[in-house]
Design a protein around this ligand. Structure first.
Ligand code: AOF
Ligand code: ZN
Length: 364
C-alpha cells in the first residue's frame, strides 16, 4: 500500500512542478483522486497564484461521483477562507473517504487545522508520504512561511579549482551551453535574480530567461554608489521589473540618469557596501519570495558570511585555471583554520554534458 501511495505522490510532485515560476508566493501543489484499485479518476494542480487550489481542480476535473474515493496531495488541504473557500470542506462535501498527505502546511493559518477538519468529518487521513521530497519541492514556500524571508540560492560556474574568472575578469566561457541552459531554467523558477554593480560593469549581463516559453525573473542590482552605466543591458526595457538598491546617501540627481521604469530603492550601508541583510529584507517587502544570486566573489561572500544563503548551485567545468591571482566564487575573508569554513550538505550531484552540477544546502 505504502509503495502505491509513494508512486502516486511522485505523480503529484511532478504535476505540481509544472507550475514552477507561476505560483509565488503560494506553494506548488498537485492532487490526484483514485479508487480502491488505484485507478486514477482525475488530477489537478495549482496553476497560477490566486486561482484554484490543486484539490479543487482535481475535484472539478472528475467526471464521476467521488463518494468513497481517495485523494492524495503533497500539501495538507487548506481549512481557511482565502482567495478560495477551504479545500477541506470541498473534500468533505464530495464524500471522499480517505486523504493521503505529503506534508503538513507550514502556513500558520492552516497548519494542522486542515487535517483536523478532515478527521472530524470521519475521513481517514494518512500523513508523511514522501515527506522529504514534498518538503524539498516547497523549500521556498516553507522558508517564507516559517521565517518571513526569501529563499536565497547562490548560483555559480567555476573551474575544477573553484575559479570564476581571471584577475582581469575574463570568465567567458567556463561552463558549456548545457550548463548555461540549466541556469535559464533556474531564472524561470526564481522570483528574482540578484547581482552586483561589479558584475554589471564587468560582464554586462542581461539576466533574462531565454528558454522558449520561459518568464523573466525580476532583476535586482546592488549598486551602492550608482556606478553602473544606465545603458547596461540589465536595465533594458522588456516589461520585466528592474530594481536598483542603492545607498541612502546617494544624491537624487544621480538616480535621474537611469531609465524611468527602473525602481530605485535605498538601503543602509555597512562597511562601505549595501547592508546585504537589510537589502534582503527590503526585497522581501517588495513581494519577492525567492532570489537567485548571480554575482561575483564579493557579493557571494557577503551573502554567505551573513548566513543569508539557503542553497548553493555550483556548475563545475572540467578545467583547471591554476592562476595565482584568479578569483574564487566566494572571496573576502581572512581565515587561518579549516574549522572556520562555512558548511554545506551536498544534496545532489548531476553529470551534465561536460560539466557537473552540485547542489548544496547551507547548514550553519
Ligand atoms: C495554494 N494552492 O493548491 C493549496 C494551497 O491565498 P489563497 O487563498 O490561495 O491560499 C493560499 C494558502 O492555501 C497557502 O498559503 C497554503 O497554506 C494553502 N494551500 N495554496 O495556493 C494550493 N493547496
Ligand atoms: Zn486549498
Amino acid at each position: 500500500m505504502q509503495r502505491r501511495y509513494e508512486q502516486l505522490m511522485r505523480k503529484c510532485l511532478s504535476l505540481a512542478k509544472k507550475s514552477e515560476g507561476y505560483v509565488s508566493p503560494n506553494p506548488l501543489v498537485g492532487a490526484i483522486i483514485f479508487d480502491d484499485d488505484f485507478r486514477i479518476i482525475s488530477q489537478g494542480r495549482h496553476e497560477v497564484c490566486g486561482r484554484n487550489h490543486a484539490e479543487r481542480n482535481a475535484i472539478l476535473n472528475a467526471k464521476e461521483d467521488l463518494k468513497g474515493k481517495s485523494l492524495i496531495v503533497n500539501l495538507e488541504p487548506c481549512s481557511h477562507y482565502g482567495k478560495t473557500p477551504p479545500c477541506a470542506d470541498l473534500i468533505i462535501e464530495n464524500g471522499i473517504k480517505k486523504v493521503i498527505i505529503g506534508m503538513v502546511d507550514p502556513n500558520p493559518i492552516v497548519s494542522g487545522k486542515g487535517i483536523k477538519k478532515l478527521k472530524q468529518a470521519g475521513i481517514e487521513v494518512i500523513t508523511g508520504v514522501l515527506e522529504k521530497e514534498c518538503t524539498e519541492l516547497n523549500e521556498i514556500f516553507i522558508k517564507n512561511q516559517l521565517y518571513s524571508k526569501p529563499f536565497v540560492t547562490i548560483k555559480t560556474a567555476t573551474t575544477a579549482d573553484g575559479k570564476i574568472a581571471t584577475k582581469e575578469g575574463n570568465s567567458k566561457w567556463i561552463t558549456d551551453e548545457i550548463s548555461r541552459r540549466e541556469v535559464h531554467k533556474l531564472r524561470n523558477k526564481y522570483d528574482a535574480v540578484l547581482t552586483s554593480s561589479d558584475t554589471v560593469m564587468k560582464d554586462n549581463p542581461q539576466m533574462t530567461c531565454r528558454l522558449k516559453g520561459g518568464r523573466n525573473p525580476v532583476r535586482i542590482v546592488l549598486d551602492t554608489n550608482l556606478k553602473t552605466d544606465p545603458k547596461s543591458k540589465i536595465y533594458n526595457k522588456d516589461g520585466t521589473r528592474v530594481i536598483i538598491i542603492t545607498s541612502e546617501i546617494v544624491s537624487r540627481e544621480k538616480t535621474k540618469n537611469y531609465p524611468s521604469d527602473v525602481e530605485i530603492l535605498r538601503c543602509p550601508e555597512k562597511d562601505g557596501h549595501i547592508d546585504i541583510k537589510k537589502a534582503i529584507e527590503l526585497i522581501y517587502q517588495q513581494g519577492i519570495r525567492s532570489i537567485l544570486v548571480e554575482a561575483g566573489a564579493r557579493l557571494n561572500n557577503a551573502v554567505i558570511q551573513t548566513k543569508s544563503a539557503d542553497k548553493l548551485i555550483q556548475f563545475i567545468a572540467p578545467k583547471i585555471l591554476s592562476d595565482k591571482e584568479a578569483i574564487s566564487f566566494s572571496q573576502g575573508c581572512s581565515r587561518r583554520e579549516i574549522a572556520d569554513c562555512n558548511n554545506l550538505i551536498f544534496i545532489s550531484t548531476k553529470q551534465l554534458k561536460n560539466d557537473i552540477m552540485i547542489i548544496g544546502k547551507f547548514v550553519d
